[in-house]
Design a protein around this ligand. Structure first.
Ligand code: CMC
Length: 444
């Protein structure tokens, strides 16, 4: 993709001369390992051996809590300071001033578009929102109560069968076309899943509407000739999509990169991301938060619920983050969007008071402060989605629509990165070795 521009990370300190001296106390030998960008290369440890037979030293890092898997110029996070930047632009400025498609362009191409580039990009996305009629037929094949994330994952994966050229991942033009299709068609697939559960006819995209309005139309249009979204609702949805657009090497993005590293087509890789996002510890948390708030029911029940969390009975969903240990900047912006949406819909939700009380008590409680647990992006987003009239099952689907540009930007960066190979971690084998097969009638 010719418009992609990768810039070197601006945050890393030049540490070319730095090195780490390691003494292996098993042998008394000493080794010098270079330090670059605050990291040592795990492969540099392989030379550390007890003897010639030894495989060499490995690192053990379940859940990759301290392992950088790539070099990336897309998203910067400082978890202690609560900073999130896409290509160097603070999330607060983008949420306030940019549109989702502009942000998608920024993530993918590396720079904000000028007017002409944005028009071309918007036109490309808008004119690729339709899906093949056969997609409708197989979405119809799902059971009436199928979870929309399962439907979305399957239908995104199925797109690879409609565009077999997508496997030409080294062809710049082909890559560009699939990226456009993914960003354009994911909302259509998501809306089909929603209408299927409702038993309502699927609504075709309307190319006169902007990205958020078109999605709302495909969800909610009934008999009116032209769907008109409340601009405040469409804006709030657009902001939510921006906030979810990328988050560096999170679980679903790592899944996209890992599956994509096999050089499979991007639909199959993004479908893996949808699967990872579905989990309750990741994007599925927004559904879990609302279910938790419904279970708590009212403000009086909050202290008892918090005691249960502290006793280890369950987690306070929507709290905590692997990277943010001070505050999640997305949560702050969402909190404001909650007010805007309630104003637009003219409704309030008693669960908002429950959420606010939970937040207040948790932020004063040593259990949470000691562990640096703060509200994350999912804590308030569910309340907005509910105010939009979406059932809880759709919440994570909204997250997936927002995250699609991030997934494809990270996939694109990965396939162009000469250092990347097929992802293939090592293991520490803990099982038995070399046993003779025992016929079944001789087993105890
Ligand atoms: N409620 C209560 N205790 C918690 C919570 C929570 N939400 N999160 C972490 N803890 C405790 C945990 O029990 C542990 O305590 P201890 O040290 O006594 O064993 C400590 O805090 C550290 O937890 P951890 O599981 O080692 O932390 P992690 O970095 O592996 O997990 C997390 C991060 C987001 C999975 C976790 O905080 C969590 O399960 N939160 C609830 C689910 C949630 O809201 N997920 C959405 C994340 S943001 C959107 C996204 O990126 O998908």
């Amino acid at each position: 993709m010719s418009e992609t521009q990768e810039s070197a990370g601006t945050t890393s300190v030049a540490t070319a001369q730095a090195s780490l001296t390691v003494v292996d106390n098993r042998t008394g030998k000493s080794y010098e390992v270079p330090i670059t960008d605050g990291t040592v290369r795990a492969m540099d440890l392989r030379q550390i051996k007890v003897d010639d037979e030894d495989f060499g030293l490995m690192t053990y890092d379940p859940a990759y809590t301290n392992t950088a898997s790539c070099r990336s110029a897309i998203t910067f996070i400082d978890g202690d300071k609560g900073i999130l930047e896409y290509r160097g632009y603070p999330i607060e400025q983008l949420a306030e001033q940019a549109t989702f498609l502009e942000v998608a362009y920024l993530l993918i191409f590396g720079e904000l578009p000028n007017r002409e580039q944005l028009d071309r990009w918007t036109h490309a996305i808008t004119t690729h929102t339709f899906v093949h009629e056969n997609v409708k037929s197989f979405v119809e094949g799902f059971r009436y109560d199928a979870h929309p994330m399962g439907m979305l994952q399957a239908s995104v994966a199925a797109l690879s069968t409609f565009y077999p050229e997508a496997k030409e991942i080294h062809d710049e033009q082909v890559r560009y076309e699939q990226i456009v299709r993914l960003i354009a068609k994911v909302p259509t697939l998501a809306a089909f899943a929603f209408r299927h559960a409702k038993g309502m006819p699927y609504v075709y995209p309307d190319n006169d509407l902007n990205y958020a309005e078109n999605f709302l139309g495909m969800l909610f249009k009934i008999a009116e000739l032209k769907y008109q979204a409340d601009p405040r609702i469409a804006k709030a949805l657009d902001v939510l999509l921006i906030l979810h657009a990328d988050h560096e090497q999170n679980c679903s993005t790592s899944a996209v990169r890992s599956v994509g590293s096999s050089q499979v087509d991007p639909y199959s890789a993004v479908a893996a991301g949808v699967g990872a996002l579905y989990g309750p510890l990741h994007g599925g948390a927004n559904q879990s938060v609302l279910e938790m708030l419904q279970r708590i029911g009212s403000v009086e029940n909050v202290p008892g619920f918090i005691e249960g969390v502290k006793a280890g009975n369950e987690r306070l969903m929507g709290f905590g983050h692997r990277v943010y240990k001070n505050f999640d900047p997305r949560a702050k912006i969402i909190k404001k969007a909650v007010d805007d949406v309630f104003e637009a819909t003219g409704t309030t939700n008693p669960l908002l008071a429950v959420a606010q009380e939970l937040e207040k008590i948790a932020l004063e409680d040593e259990y949470f402060t000691k562990r640096k647990l703060y509200p994350n992006v999912d804590f308030y987003s569910g309340l907005i989605y509910e105010a939009l009239g979406l059932p809880v099952e759709m919440f994570t689907v909204l997250f997936a629509i927002g995250r699609t540009p991030g997934w494809v930007a990270q996939w694109l960066e990965m396939v162009q990165d000469k250092e990347q190979k097929i992802a293939r971690p090592r293991q520490i084998y803990t099982g038995d070795r070399t046993r003779d097969y025992v016929p079944i009638d001789q087993r105890g």
